[in-house]
Design a protein around this ligand. Structure first.
Ligand code: URA
Length: 458
């Protein structure tokens, strides 16, 4: 049984925590004071984890009202330090993806936007489950630092026009606390909890404009379009209510994005796009980078027409301006520029095993979640939070949905440190490909823009 100290917290009016949990359990709306008592009380150790966990499960089943979701976001946002950017004379924008397999768009979009005149203070996370994380990818560049304070982050943005940093421990500690509890109580995939978690970090990051890439498909948290749309609308609503111009693109994650899945492999693919030498397997990845950057220019008010925005973004990419900004960013954050100039100097796996499929036809599906899980098995991601990762290993997807295949044409390549594991993964990777006789239906890359793009003139 809970002790009196465990049960009652909160300023002058003592709140009884079991009654607060009961209110949510019965579908009620919690007040700011009640949410603070639970979340901040839990963070400070005044409310035991089992009571916070019970509330999380009640939220999972009962949901939250829009007002509760915004209130929770604000509580999380203000639980630690906030980034205050100095006046930069240009719009500031942060970009966030809800996570996917092979999603290395930030590595291209951030320098690309900086090259287009948008300041991008980008805060990223580590890999989560089968989805990769930008911080892990960047750490495959020898020397690259992501642990900057809020003040250092502001300096980097002044110096380079952008930064790619990790979340400092002082920022949004209540989200870290809550996320760890969600992770072990099966309450991660809950729209109001995801939305408040994502937006608290974005709001604390200090950018005026927020661009969100909400992934949908087997390789994303949201596997169904209606859920992804609801998440996108919730994220945008929170951003707008907090006074930040916010736009979300709902994009496909039913097959891995581009060619590479795995940290150094993804950095090398992003460099190939920035250096204008990427192959056909990277085409969807490159198009998505251009779409995201073009919408960001509309959002930041630097363009009023989506067509013109695309042209501007393409031009900066083709001129090499985005590549030069990426190099500067790597240098400013302590990375060894020689390894990005020559990606063969990035960590390399010992074994490379091509895989073929003994069929002739067209690829109808490549299971993104299956590929993500196999990459984790190779060591590219973590099974437990404290696990180390191997930056060199991963999978290259050489053929995508709609591509023709023949028995002796490799569809993928496994990069591993060990022959036995490589062979096991290769056998399972074959099962991730679905081949049929006729060409499959076209698979959209961008399903929706929330709110609709013409609100921003596109
Ligand atoms: N990413 C986050 O930052 N939080 C979530 O809850 C899910 C994905």
């Amino acid at each position: 049984m809970a002790t009196e100290r465990e049960s009652a917290v909160g300023g002058c009016t003592m709140l009884r925590i079991p009654e607060v949990i009961q209110k949510k359990r019965d579908g009620g709306e919690l007040s700011q004071q009640e949410l603070e008592a639970l979340v901040l009380g839990g963070l400070r150790g005044e409310v035991p984890d089992y009571q916070v966990a019970a509330w999380l499960m009640a939220v999972y089943f009962r949901g939250m009202t829009p007002r509760e979701t915004v209130t929770l976001t604000t509580i999380l946002q203000h639980s630690g330090e906030q980034v205050h950017l100095p006046p930069l004379g240009k719009p500031t924008l942060d970009k966030h993806s809800t996570g996917g397999v092979g999603d290395k768009t930030s590595l291209v979009v951030v320098p690309l936007l900086a090259a287009c005149g948008v300041a991008v203070p980008k805060m990223s996370g580590r890999g989560l489950g089968f989805t990769g994380g930008t911080v892990d990818k960047l750490e495959s560049i020898p020397g690259f630092r992501t642990d900057f304070s809020a003040v250092e982050m502001a300096h980097l943005v002044q110096q380079v026009g952008a930064c790619l940093v990790g979340q400092s421990p002082e920022l949004v500690p209540a989200d870290k606390y809550l996320y760890a509890l969600r992770d072990v109580t099966a309450t991660v995939d809950c729209i109001p909890l995801i939305a408040s978690s994502v937006m608290s970090k974005k709001l604390a990051g200090g950018a005026e404009h927020l661009l969100l890439d909400v992934k949908v498909g087997s390789g994303a948290f949201m596997t169904h379009l209606p859920d992804a749309l609801e998440l996108a609308r919730t994220l945008v609503q929170i951003g707008e209510m907090a006074g930040r111009r916010t736009l979300a693109l709902v994009t496909d994650m039913s097959q891995p994005l581009g060619e590479a899945v795995g940290n150094a492999l993804e950095v090398a693919e992003a460099i190939a796009v920035l250096q204008r030498r990427a192959g056909a397997a990277s085409a969807r990845f490159e198009v998505l980078c251009i779409e995201l950057a073009a919408h960001a220019l509309l959002l930041a008010g630097l363009e009023t027409d989506l067509y013109q925005a695309r042209l501007r973004v393409r031009k900066r990419l083709e001129e090499g301006a985005a590549w030069q900004t990426f190099r500067q960013l790597v240098q400013a954050q302590g990375g060894d520029v020689r390894t990005v100039d020559d990606p063969s100097l990035l960590p390399q796996a010992r074994v490379r095993l091509p895989i073929c499929i003994p069929q002739t036809g067209y690829i109808h599906a490549v299971d993104a979640r299956g590929v993500g899980l196999l990459a984790v098995r190779l060591g590219a991601g973590r099974a437990r939070k404290e696990d180390a990762i191997d930056h060199a290993v991963g999978i290259r997807i050489l053929r995508h949905v709609g591509d023709h295949v023949e028995p002796d044409l490799p569809v993928a390549e496994v990069h591993a440190q060990d022959d036995t594991l490589a062979a096991e993964v290769a056998a399972e990777l074959q099962e991730c490909f679905l081949v049929g006789e006729g060409a499959p239906r076209f698979q959209p890359l961008v399903y929706a823009v929330v709110p609709e793009s013409n609100q921003f003139g596109g």
